[in-house]
Design a protein around this ligand. Structure first.
Ligand code: SF4
Length: 412
């Protein structure tokens, strides 16, 4: 007998040739039908008919062989009736994830600045005492995550330049990341700390654990508002004496320790430091040094199981379809005033002729800008059933020069 079939508005479907994924965005349950043309066809039909269709007897019989209806009912993804209706019942999707023309909905540029959610200021690019363990590491790490930059020609952002950016983005509240070199070596650090203390933004200071060398620097640190988040970055080889200078601070409110790790051995070293200093709030940040691909395969690359373990809402899938959440809304200003979306791509502007609206408009309207480039647009992820469930493209993909940091599709 014919069946009337619909899937619930919170179910997301994805097809890749004859592979089909049904994903319940409320429970996180999924059903993956591999290499099944009958299910691929019925899913295509559903997508084209507002997620409601009548299925003929022959096809019902075929689909029953794969327990299609039983599986979807069991996982609360759809509903069927063994009868026909004279008229098609109303069906709808909560969000039209299949029609995501951002430009159509992007007419009013009055609210452009509201798309900004994160600005990073490299307020300088030098340290008085470049005691970093591995200068080579420093230069590359900032291409993968927020990390200090030390360069041979010294530059710093002026107080006025930073203040004018903050005035431009007001009254929107964003995350502000502050990094150096060593930020304590900035010629106007005291005024800058005052400026950030008075601001309503969410302030994040990023220090290298060797930054706190003098009494003066400790005094500057004590001026920072206690609500600001202070992130202390530790890389290897580790010098305990330098870290001891943070001892009174490390377990205070809003302090996060981040270990930059390149190998399993460094993870063990980090665990020893955590235990010795009784650290409470810490995090591991893998660093790709060009030689530790196996470490990345075990610690960063995702498997099908990893992907399906993370529950994604329909809203989050929609966000990933039209943008790249790793980069969207984020800008980086380096110590020379150049503006980037990521240090891995050419600059998008300069503080000298700052028009944030122009920069943001361009980044939003260009489908291939870093803010929008997502896994539906790049090879091989564009042909992968998991492309919206998978973590978005990040700086790691740039560092490893491949988009599929996974065990699903063949990689390096
Ligand atoms: S191929 Fe791309 S989208 Fe598919 S699992 Fe791998 S990284 Fe994710």
């Amino acid at each position: 007998m014919k069946r009337l079939f619909t899937i619930w508005p919170f179910v997301y479907t994805n097809r890749c040739e004859d592979d089909v994924l049904y994903y319940n965005t409320i429970s996180g349950d999924s059903a993956y039908f591999k290499n099944n043309s009958a299910i691929a066809n019925i899913t295509e039909m559903l997508e084209q008919q507002d997620f409601f269709c009548t299925i003929d007897d022959n096809l019902v019989e075929e689909l029953d062989k794969y327990n299609f209806f039983t599986i979807l009912m069991k996982k609360n993804m759809g509903y069927y009736r063994k009868e026909s209706f004279p008229v098609k019942p109303v069906s709808w999707q909560n969000i039209d994830i299949y029609n995501t023309d951002i430009i159509l909905n992007f007419k009013n540029d009055e609210y452009l600045l509201e798309n900004l959610r994160d600005i990073t200021f490299y307020i300088n690019n030098y340290a008085d005492v470049p005691v970093y363990a591995n200068l080579q590491t420093i230069h590359k790490a900032h291409k993968q995550f927020l990390f200090p930059v030390i360069e041979s020609s010294k530059s710093e952002l002026s107080f006025d330049a930073i203040q004018s950016v903050l005035q431009k983005i007001a009254p929107n509240i964003v995350n502000i990341n502050i990094l150096g070199g060593n930020i304590f070596n900035h010629s106007q650090i005291k005024s800058l700390i005052d400026l950030f203390n008075q601001s309503l933004h969410n302030i994040y200071y990023h220090f290298h654990y060797t930054d706190l060398t003098s009494k003066m620097q400790q005094q500057f640190f004590s001026l920072i508002d206690e609500d600001a988040i202070k992130i202390i970055l530790i890389d290897f080889p580790f010098t305990e004496n330098d870290f001891q200078k943070w001892k009174k601070i490390i377990n205070k409110k809003n302090i996060l320790i981040k270990f930059i790790v390149e190998s399993d051995i460094q993870i063990i070293e980090a665990e020893n430091i955590i235990s010795k200093f009784k650290l409470e709030d810490y995090h591991f940040q893998p660093f790709y040094n060009g030689k530790n691909l196996d470490f990345f395969r075990s610690n960063v690359f995702v498997s099908e199981e990893d992907i399906l373990t993370v529950k994604e809402s329909l809203f989050s899938l929609m966000t990933k379809k039209i943008s790249n959440p790793s980069f969207f809304g984020k800008l980086i200003v380096n110590a020379c005033g150049e503006i980037y979306t990521t240090i891995n791509q050419p600059m998008v502007g300069h503080l000298i002729d700052l028009s944030l609206e122009k920069i943001i408009y361009k980044l939003i309207t260009d489908e291939y800008s870093v803010w929008r480039k997502n896994k539906c647009l790049v090879t091989p992820c564009n042909k992968c059933i998991y492309n919206l469930l998978c973590p978005p493209i990040s700086n790691y993909e740039y560092a490893l020069e491949q988009c599929n940091l996974c065990h699903v599709k063949c990689s390096k």
